[in-house]
Design a protein around this ligand. Structure first.
Ligand code: ADP
Ligand code: MG
Length: 713
């Protein structure tokens, strides 16, 4: 039977119902899925070494005849070892497998076999060479070594998928390739294939799985052979083409062109409590230009923690409201939503704007009321969390969507909110903001359908944060410096990784809160003029919405002076008088997270200190993270390193819905190809050469399955 890429895996010899089910669990359903499941490394088993030339310590491949085979038991143990002796004209080699009972049915004296593994000297029999647990293949009469998948060639090694081992994958893929239709259609446009001298799809698949014996092994290991590069390029090309087409389509959507009259400029100036930085002015202009166009804005605003994104968002909101539209501001946590709401109330106090807050924890009656007002157009600006995405939230005339700390949301959630504005037959403008700078490679892959604005300047008068890494044994000194700051009128954060006692002996925030307030900071007095006793507050994710709001309000007003908190304060919280942050068990936090946490201080004119506290012993990757933080405050540098340490998937968070589940490509390793593919996809979409329609069709059919993204061309 001839297979096509669309054939179900059950049509591949060796795949029965059970195996088909196991494969399906790994999202492998068709021949195409299987063939794009590529080896992650290769082993050179092209040359057989005569046994007489074997050296201990070398990984090698031997072809020989089985002399003896059998299980050997130990007297006082049930553990049995399978022993094999093989020989050629030059000598004898031994092999053993622990728990090798099943091998009794595999090996028989007289068979020709291939063993691949590391040669070592038997510790009990000096001079005698052996392989422990080698890879093996019996060259039975039926199968000639020429079509062996195990030896006599460069052998592909696959990541095992549940019960399906690398060995099984080799066999299945070999069988599938054997039966694949000879004229395999190639999805890549011909001119591109020619420009890069890429092999066609069929050749690329064959060579990527079963490279010719003379293939350069270093190139293979680096995924730099023409076959591998072609497959990587293909994946990037279609991703980028999808993004480009999506962007083109977005440009055709009808937006709401806002007017920017002088009266609006005046209104903006009135809410500003300070002179905007040059970067803020530039970015506002970029946004204002977009908002005046008849197509919806799609802009990403990147700016390090503390660069002043909030006020820029408020300025954009004014333009929308003055044009008779509603604005939705979505934040990833309740604490941040509440804080934005409070800040908005303060800034817009002297305007007639009507503001609302929508978070899950509010009483149902209040929520209902807010939803009703929103739907009737009685609210101009709504601040909220995911609660804004709920089905029964409707807008009267949504004109601008602002998503703060975008990296905490998935791509799809942004789209959901936008959709709420579609009723009015025009699409709302969208501004997404993030404090986690997106390294260029990632930005290319994930956000290439967005325009970029960057706030690359901190407001004036900030003093750099001093960051120190200290061991728990020096805690007394740390508390002393907190006492001094509080006595001088400043405030402090003390951050813990968890809120309740866990098995791993973490000091729980709640328990520590008691200890700190009763013992460590007892009798601590705030500086003049009041000289009152200092208070310690507690903030964690399990508090009710109103409780969180109350604690935040109080801390913002200056009391409590010390706030014991979990990482809920990670994003957005803004209290300029806070100048100390102690992060306990800092080794438990990720790099970007620590940077965000630290961004809570250093927001006012007083010098700030961040203290990373850890146990005496800290593992290697954590040491790198902590060291980096003490050395730099540059969010872009930190993001690049974080991306290297954690990889793109983790970096963006699991909420990205498998968006970056590349099959072959690796953003970090292959970023040059990504840039190339992006340029080509862009040109291709702009020129729309002959064959464009077919390529776009292919994209439409495959795109959604591959990247699980519904919203494409
Ligand atoms: P982020 O970009 O992290 O969201 P915020 O918008 O919270 O930063 O701003 C951080 C702090 O800087 C806030 O206290 C804000 O009032 C202040 N700020 C923002 N812009 C300026 C400015 N141009 N001059 C002085 N202070 C500013
Ligand atoms: Mg912010």
């Amino acid at each position: 039977m001839v297979l096509s890429l669309d054939s179900p895996l059950a049509s591949v010899p060796g795949v029965g119902p059970r195996r088909a089910q196991q494969l399906a669990q790994k999202a492998l359903a068709t021949v195409e899925d299987l063939l794009y499941y590529l080896p992650f490394r290769y082993e050179d088993r092209t040359r057989f070494t005569p046994i007489g030339e074997l050296r201990p310590g070398v990984i090698t491949c031997v072809q020989a005849e089985v002399l003896t085979a059998g299980l050997v038991g130990f007297r006082r143990s049930r553990r049995r070892v399978f022993h094999l002796a093989v020989g050629d004209q030059t000598g004898i080699l031994y092999a053993k497998w622990f728990y090798g009972d099943y091998l009794q049915r595999v090996f028989r004296p007289g068979q020709r076999v291939v063993l691949y593994g590391k040669v070592e000297e038997d510790p009990y029999r000096p001079g005698q060479l052996q392989m422990v647990q080698p890879q093996h293949e019996v060259l039975s009469g039926r199968r000639e070594p020429a079509d062996s998948t195990e030896s006599g060639r460069i052998v592909p090694i696959y990541e095992a998928a549940g019960p399906i081992t690398s060995r099984v994958f080799r066999r299945l893929i070999f069988e599938a390739l054997e039966r694949l239709e000879p004229q395999l259609p190639d999805p890549l446009p011909k001119p591109l294939l020619e420009r890069y001298a890429f092999p066609d799809l069929r050749a690329a698949l064959e060579q990527a799985h079963f490279p010719e014996a003379d293939t350069d092994l270093d190139q293979l290991a680096a995924f730099r052979t023409p076959a591998q590069q072609r497959l990587i390029y293909e994946e990037f090309f279609f991703l980028e083409l999808g993004l480009v087409l999506r962007r083109q389509r977005a440009r055709q959507a009808r937006g709401i062109p806002f007017e920017l009259k002088d009266s609006i400029r005046e209104a903006i100036k009135k809410i500003l409590p300070f002179h905007p930085t040059a970067a803020q002015k530039r970015v506002l202009k970029e946004i204002a230009d977009d908002l005046q166009k008849p197509v919806p804005m799609n802009r990403l605003l990147q700016g390090d923690v503390g660069s002043g994104k909030t006020i820029v968002a408020f300025e954009a909101a004014i333009i929308a409201v003055e044009n008779g539209c509603q604005v939705a501001l979505m934040a990833p946590t309740e604490i941040l939503a509440v804080q934005h709401y409070l800040y908005a109330c303060q800034r817009f106090a002297r305007t007639p704007y009507r503001l609302g807050l929508l978070v899950s924890d509010l009483p149902a009656r209040e929520k209902n009321e807010t939803r009703q007002e929103l739907a009737q157009g009685d609210l101009d600006l709504i601040v909220g969390t995911h609660a804004l995405l709920e089905k029964d939230v409707r807008f009267y005339r949504l004109g601008l969507v602002i998503v703060d700390e975008q990296h905490r949301f998935g791509v799809l959630q942004r789209l959901e909110l936008i959709r709420k504005g579609r009723e009015a037959d025009a699409q709302p403008h969208v501004l997404v903001m993030t404090a986690t700078p997106i390294p260029r490679t990632l930005a290319l892959a994930v956000y290439s359908d967005l325009e970029m604005s960057v706030l690359d300047e901190l407001p004036p008068g900030r003093t750099p944060i001093q960051t120190r890494w200290v061991r728990e044994s020096a805690a007394a000194g740390v508390w002393e410096s907190v006492r001094r700051q509080v006595a001088a009128g400043r405030q402090a954060y003390i951050v813990y990784p968890v809120i309740e006692e866990s098995k791993q002996e973490l000091k729980a925030a709640t328990k520590e809160y008691e200890r700190l307030s009763r013992e460590v900071f007892r009798g601590l007095r705030v500086g003049p003029p009041t000289g009152a006793l200092a208070k310690v507050g507690l903030l964690h994710g399990r508090l009710k919405g109103e409780e969180k709001e109350a604690v935040m309000r109080a801390f913002q007003r200056g009391e409590p002076q010390i706030l014991v908190a979990t990482s809920v304060v990670e994003v957005g919280v803004d209290v300029p008088n806070a100048t100390v942050m102690v992060i306990e068990h800092a080794e438990r936090f990720g790099l970007a997270q620590l940077h965000q946490l630290r961004g809570r201080i250093g927001r006012g004119r007083h010098a700030s200190t961040c203290i990373l506290m850890t146990p005496e012993e800290v593992g290697e990757p954590a040491r790198d993270r902590l060291q980096t933080l003490t050395e730099t405050q540059d969010g872009f540098k930190i993001a690049e390193l974080d991306l290297k340490l954690r990889g793109p998937g983790e970096f963006l968070g699991t909420r990205q819905h498998g968006y970056l589940n590349f099959r072959i490509a690796d953003l970090l390793r292959d970023h040059e190809l990504l840039e190339q593919a992006k340029r080509d996809a862009f040109d291709f979409a702009a020129a729309q050469p002959a064959g464009f329609a077919d390529t776009a069709d292919y994209l439409r059919q495959r795109w959604q399955r591959r990247y699980r993204l519904a919203e494409v061309a």
